[in-house]
Design a protein around this ligand. Structure first.
Ligand SMILES: C[S@@+](CC[C@H](N)C(=O)[O-])C[C@H]1O[C@@H](n2cnc3c(N)ncnc32)[C@H](O)[C@@H]1O
Length: 310
């Protein structure tokens, strides 16, 4: 009977908090998993001392809170309502079904980047593993290591190398590799794009190069959601006057690091895909590129095979 009453009390408190915060928590289109209910549940678990992402929290049982924990939950909800990203409060974010550690050091992984992660895993399983059973994968602009660790988790045959210009992000990526139990397959470096891989041992050595680069033009940064621009690193978004500063360098230099006939996979901003695919079609170092679409038929990732004489 007591248990029944407790679960009734939990449901009542949950419902009343969801109702109270429905108009106060701003939902962001690029974080569709952070609904108001998922937010209340994730912060509830946080108040219980069990940090959990919004995705996992949605289906996790909620234990009763003490009075102090209810106060903690209300304070966390106030911070969320004031614009602090949910993942900065929980310190957790789901990506491809895995729980990552999160902090201000790196971009919070977005659902939309799972399009690139899935494309990379498919390329590895369908095209690369049949010709090389121990593929080498490079993840540039790794942030918290979400793409690197997802690939290492779902395609464990890979040796994954990853790097980020931000030493803090690289450190967080290393923590995630450990946290997710794939640090034996993921090596993280700090440095500028291909910089950490300039030694001879990496020349023409990667079967897959993947990258989710910054791709917002500097002029458009002020139009981004205030929460994003205030709390997430500008370095993760700003890609110069045309939004292509990193992508230009990626396309210029990648062939020096890829195995002949290896693959490139990268994320693009809304509207950038068709132009980039056309540009690759004129570059003899690549075979024709493919756009990977989101549910609204926008190209959000591009894959291309390097020519055998790249
Ligand atoms: C869009 S975020 C992607 C983060 C993560 N891979 C993801 O998918 O969520 C871009 C990342 O590129 C990093 N970055 C920016 N300029 C860079 C550069 N010149 N070399 C390497 N990394 C860079 C940023 O620090 C940031 O972590």
């Amino acid at each position: 009977m007591l248990e029944h009453n407790q679960s009734d009390d939990c449901s009542k408190l949950l419902r009343s908090l969801v109702q109270r915060y429905a108009s106060r928590i701003k939902l962001l289109p690029d974080k569709p998993e952070d609904s108001v209910e998922a937010t209340v549940r994730a912060l509830w678990l946080c108040a219980l001392g069990a940090p959990t992402s919004s995705v996992k929290a949605l289906n996790a049982p909620l234990a009763a809170l003490t009075t102090t924990q209810i106060d903690d939950l209300k304070e966390l909800l106030e911070r969320r309502a004031s614009g602090v990203p949910l993942a900065h409060l929980t310190r957790r974010q789901d990506f491809m079904g895995l729980e990552y550690k999160c902090s201000e050091a790196a971009l919070i992984p977005r659902k939309e980047t799972e399009i690139l992660a899935k494309a990379a895993c498919s390329l590895l399983i369908e095209k690369i593993l049949p010709v090389n059973q121990r593929p080498r994968v490079l993840d540039l602009c790794t942030g918290c290591g979400n793409l690197a660790c997802a690939v290492a988790n779902y395609v464990p045959e890979c040796a994954v190398f990853a790097a980020d210009l931000s030493p803090d992000a690289a450190r967080l990526a290393g923590e995630n590799a450990k946290h997710l139990g794939c640090d034996d397959r993921v090596q993280i470096f700090a440095g500028d794009l291909f910089g950490p891989f300039s030694s001879e041992q990496f020349a023409k050595s990667f079967d897959l190069i993947m990258c989710n680069p910054p791709y917002i033009s500097t002029g458009k940064l002020p139009q981004m959601a205030e929460e994003t621009i205030t709390h997430e690193p500008k370095m993760a978004f700003d890609a110069g006057p045309f939004g292509l500063s990193i992508l230009d360098r990626l396309l210029r230099d990648a062939p020096q690091y890829a195995t002949p006939g290896g693959w490139l996979a990268f994320e693009v901003g809304l509207g950038q895909g068709p132009g980039i695919i056309q540009r690759l079609s004129k570059d003899a170092r690549f075979k024709p590129a493919t756009g990977v679409l989101d549910d609204n038929k926008n190209v959000r990732a591009v894959t291309a095979q390097f020519s055998h004489n790249n």
